[in-house]
Design a protein around this ligand. Structure first.
Ligand SMILES: Nc1ncnc2c1ncn2[C@@H]1O[C@H](COP(=O)(O)OP(=O)(O)OP(=O)(O)O)[C@@H](O)[C@H]1O
Length: 312
């Protein structure tokens, strides 16, 4: 488990991380999202003791990372896949890591096999592609068989097969009861991988909730209802207008007039109950949920620092 209490980091005037309170629990994949410069990498670096907080604390199972006798056996991390010695082979890189952390060298072969690099274990890291570097970084994170894993943009540079592999790896690590904390800008991938989402913007917590809740909480969740009788549509519309945020009449393609309502701010159950009370016959009633990307865009709209002006 990772526990952040009031965690803060300032760089001069920049509040990179601003009083962050957060618990990252075991047994699930927690996605860590936020616009560029939101403070994700800085947070992860502080958890690993690579940056010193200017306030608050970051603990792993109740202790700072460095206070664990074999930190690599407690937390495995992939932060910067390019941080490799270019003339060292994959195998030697991992052997050096294992030796300096008191981990049996026999574990090196195991993790090379897990990440699919056993055939190139004698290749020098400097000759690795971006994706191979990512795999080697993940091998390093797994070396100490840690309970807590942190990955900063792990699918960066991976081909579709590799992306899928990372997804399955994260899911299986969480299923084994480990804590998996992973940052990514790929929303579609996060939607498939994460159980819980933590969203930050300008160093502050914006959301910490199960993925389904983040999506359901979006104002873009609407209810669509199809009513076959035009007069009934008007009756239902009038009644819904009393409690909905918005009710819009629309027509399906190739129909002469409106035959559907799109309702915001009222559940499908409530729409169905009201229709029943009014004796209005329905042909369709369903909830349209936004994608995670749409929900995320809405959540972070005020926190984007490095946006591009929309093309006119
Ligand atoms: N060493 C540093 N010196 C000064 N400012 C820094 C330093 N490291 C990070 N920052 C600033 O802290 C803020 C947070 O940066 P950080 O890299 O943690 O964001 P991020 O969420 O990981 O961004 P990205 O998604 O672009 O990787 C940014 O404004 C960044 O410019």
């Amino acid at each position: 488990m990772i526990t952040l209490e009031g965690l803060s980091k300032r760089y001069g005037e920049t509040r990179a991380v601003d009083a962050l309170d957060l618990t990252v629990s075991p047994g699930r994949v927690t996605g860590f999202l936020g616009p560029n410069g939101a403070g994700k990498s800085t947070t992860m670096r502080m958890i690993l003791g690579l940056d010193t907080p200017t306030g608050g604390s970051a603990l792993v199972d109740g202790r700072p990372y460095s206070a664990w006798p074999v930190p690599l056996a407690k937390v495995g991390a992939l932060l910067d896949a390019k941080a490799l010695h270019p003339r060292r082979t994959a195998r030697n890189h991992l052997i050096a890591m294992a030796r300096s952390n008191g981990i049996p060298v026999s574990r090196v072969g195991e993790v090379l096999a897990i990440v699919g690099l056993d055939t190139v274990r004698q290749k020098k890291a400097g000759q690795f592609s971006l994706g191979m570097g990512q795999r080697l970084g993940i091998a390093g994170a797994l070396l100490g068989d840690p309970e807590v894993l942190m990955f900063d943009e792990p699918v960066n540079g991976l081909d579709p097969d590799g992306v899928r592999w990372v997804r399955q790896l994260m899911r299986s690590l969480a299923a084994e009861g480990r804590t998996v904390f992973v940052s990514s800008h790929l929303m579609s991938e996060m939607q498939l991988t994460a159980d819980q989402l933590v969203v930050i913007g300008r160093g502050k917590l914006i959301a910490d909730a199960p993925i389904a809740e983040v999506i359901a909480g979006s104002s873009r969740t609407t209810v669509r209802v199809r009513v076959p009788v035009r007069a009934d549509l008007a009756v239902l519309r009038e009644r819904l207008a009393e409690e909905a945020e918005q009710v819009e009449s629309v027509s399906a393609p190739a129909t002469p007039g409106p035959d559907q309502l799109i309702v915001t701010g009222v559940s499908a159950e409530r729409v169905g109950d009201l229709a029943h009370e009014l004796g209005v016959r329905l042909h369709e009633l369903y909830t349209e949920r936004p994608s995670l990307e749409e929900a995320y865009m809405e959540l972070t709209a005020d926190s984007v620092q490095y946006g591009v002006a929309a093309a006119s």
